[in-house]
Design a protein around this ligand. Sequence first.
Ligand code: NAD
Length: 260
Amino acid sequence: MSLQNKVALITGAASGIGRECALKLASQGATVVIADLNQAAADKVAEEIKQSGGKAMGVVMDVTDEAAVNAGTDLAAQTFGGIDILVANAGIQIVHPIEDFPFADWKKIIAIHLDGSFLTTKAAIKHMYAGGKGGSIIYMGSVHSHEASRLKAAYVAAKHGILGLARVVAKEGGPKGVRANVVCPGFVRTPLVDKQIPEQAAALKITEAEVIKNVMLKDTVDGEFTTTEDVANVVAFLAGFESSALTGQSVVVSHGWSMH
Ligand code: NAD
C-alpha cells in the first residue's frame, strides 16, 4: 500500500493531527500539500518534509472561503499533476452550554468543519474524476461523530454531519473510483485540546486534572490519550487501501472510548 506518486492535500496541516498526517503520508512516498490559514506555518511543515527528502508545498487556504479553497486546490493539482488524496482535517473547538452558546460561535464551527469539508471535497473530487484514477477522501471526524458531550453542541452536530457527507461522497464517488471514509479520534493532546482543559474546568467547576481524568479519558479502556501518530497511521492506511471494499466507513481510534 505504497503512497509513491500520490498527491495528498491536507487541510489544517500546520499543526497537531494534520501535521502528523502530512509527515506520515510523506514518509510513505506521497507528495504533500500543506493547506492552512497561515502561509509561513504551512511552509514550515513543508520545509520539514523537504529536509527529510520528501516532496511538499505549503498553500494558504481558509477552508470556509470557496474562492481560496478552489485556488489552493487548483494550484496544488497544477503543480503536482493532480490530486489523489484529500484529508479534510481543519478544525476548531468552542465550548459553551447550549443556553449561552453564541450564534456566531455555532456558525464558525459549522463553517470550518462542514462547509470546509464540503468545499474541499467539491474542489478536489473534480481533479480525482478528471485524472480518471479516482482517489481517497478522508474526513477528520471524532468520537463526537458518534457520541455526545456536554458543552459541545456545535462540534458534535458538525462531526455527526461529516458522517453523512462522507457516506454521500462514497456513493457518488464509488463508480468513479473515489473512496470516502471518516477517522474518528478520541482525545489527542494538541493545541485544540490543551485549550479546552482550562475552559472545561471553569465551565464544569472542577480542576484541570479532573477534566482529563473524569471527563476526557473517563470512558477509555486504559485512561490513555490517543496520539497524533495513532491517528496518522489510520489515515495512511485508509489513503493507501487499494480497493473500494473500504468506503463510506468511520474508523474510531480512541482507546475504546467509543466502540461504534
Ligand atoms: P490543531 O488546533 O492542532 O490544528 C488545527 C489546524 O487547523 C490549525 O493548524 C489551524 O490553523 C487549522 N485551521 C483552523 N481553521 C482553519 C480554516 N478555516 N482553514 C484552514 N485551516 C484552519 O487541532 P487538532 O487537534 O490537530 O485538530 C485537527 C482535527 O482533528 C480537527 O478537525 C479536530 O476536530 C479533529 N479532532 C481532534 C481531536 C483532538 O483530541 N485533538 C479529537 C478528535 C478530532
